[in-house]
Design a protein around this ligand. Structure first.
Ligand SMILES: NC(=O)c1ccc[n+]([C@@H]2O[C@H](COP(=O)([O-])OP(=O)(O)OC[C@H]3O[C@@H](n4cnc5c(N)ncnc54)[C@H](O)[C@@H]3O)[C@@H](O)[C@H]2O)c1
Length: 342
């Protein structure tokens, strides 16, 4: 059994509590959250466990924890990572690992030096629709991918009670909170690394966010892929829009919903062919698969997926977007990534 401390009991932490509890090889040992109401709610919803104000307090009181699942806001995580790693805990940390590239790199180094694993919560990799999309690419159903359009449109009501509210005041909320998933998916699905990014980030005058909530970017990859990215949190229709359309040498593949709906067509087909996908519970099914991968890694020695080290390149893409938008010019992502590793 993997004995787990769950820290951060907000929107995402409660998904995690369900997933950890539902895993036959994991034991949800204790909670940590500075907000006593969050601890009380977790005890009521997921069962009573020792609850602490901080990860450090939990570590000082419990001595048989194997892993920390950390779902606090992505600010000031470094001390938590250091404390948990020094006690030999394996780490599963929500995206983005940090809001600062140096801090993210230091956290990866802390884990490596302590000899513990650091996985990042990139749950979209574990969707059946993502696996099916990769399957279509792998068997070249419509040939090889050449370029793509990734469109994510939303009027995200950051004041909704069932959503976190810290993005309302942070810098570049769209990039750090949402685009990080999209950029990670592009790297993962195409198996290519980013080379150059031209970006414009902005905030429309009706935005409820303090800083840039919309992003447009042209992303060039080392295998030749070019992705036209449009990621907006402050469009002006409450009904969300999503399309990820890959243009391939003999046709197209298109995903038309964040969690499902995959189709392909050869150039002369009159209609799209749907790909059948298993039933899915949003935020839970794919998080279960992510957690199972973590458990299998720690208990059975399977390869670590979504490593902190791998995540650094996706964070470099965010930084490239920010610099490109500020400088009004294209930015070389590799320069940022190599400055980080140096
Ligand atoms: N992978 C996904 O699909 C997904 C979805 C939503 C959120 N997230 C990520 O999960 C993280 C948390 O987001 P959220 O929506 O749950 O936020 P939230 O604001 O709803 O909850 C955060 C919780 O962390 C607690 N907290 C604050 N500081 C803490 C600390 N030092 N130690 C322990 N707990 C602390 C807060 O009291 C709060 O209860 C973020 O990194 C976010 O990007 C991921």
């Amino acid at each position: 059994m993997l004995k787990v401390l769950l820290a951060g009991l907000g929107v995402r932490g409660r998904h995690w509590a369900r997933v950890i509890k539902g895993d036959a090889r994991a034991d949800l040992l204790a909670y940590a959250d500075p907000d006593p109401r969050a601890c009380e709610r977790a005890c009521a919803e997921f069962g009573h466990r020792p609850a602490f104000e901080s990860v450090e307090d939990a570590l000082n009181s419990l001595d048989d924890i194997d892993a920390l699942v950390l779902a606090n806001p992505p600010m000031a995580r470094e001390n938590i990572v250091r404390a948990a790693a020094s006690r030999g805990l394996h780490l599963l940390i929500e995206k983005p690992l940090a809001l600062d590239l140096d801090e993210a790199r230091r956290s990866v180094e802390i884990a490596e030096t302590a000899g513990v694993s650091l996985m990042v919560g990139l749950n979209f990799r574990y969707l059946d629709v993502t696996k099916a999309l990769m399957g279509l690419l792998a068997d070249e159903r419509v040939g090889k991918p050449a370029f793509a359009r990734f469109t994510y449109e939303r009027w995200r009501d950051g004041r909704r009670a069932d959503l976190n509210d810290y993005p309302l005041t942070m810098r570049h909320p769209m990039l750090w909170e949402q685009s990080i998933h999209h950029f990670d998916l592009m790297r993962y699905v195409y198996g290519q690394e980013p080379v150059r990014i031209s970006c414009r980030a902005w905030n429309p005058d009706w935005s409820m966010y303090a800083h840039e909530s919309n992003v447009a970017a042209l992303i060039e990859f080392d295998g030749g892929m070019v992705v036209n990215y449009h990621g907006i949190w402050q469009g002006n229709w409450a009904v969300p829009g999503f399309e990820w359309r890959s243009e391939c040498s003999e046709g197209i593949i298109t995903q038309r919903e964040q969690f499902s709906e995959l189709y392909y067509a050869r150039r002369d087909d009159e209609k799209l062919t749907p790909v059948s996908l298993p039933a899915h519970e949003r935020w839970i099914t794919e998080t279960r698969a992510l957690f199972e991968s973590f458990v299998t890694h720690v208990l059975d020695g399977a390869a670590l997926e979504c490593s902190g080290h791998d995540h650094l390149m996706s964070l470099a893409m965010l930084e490239a977007c920010i610099r490109s938008s500020e400088q009004n010019s294209a930015v070389n992502v590799r320069d940022i990534a190599s400055a980080m590793s140096g």
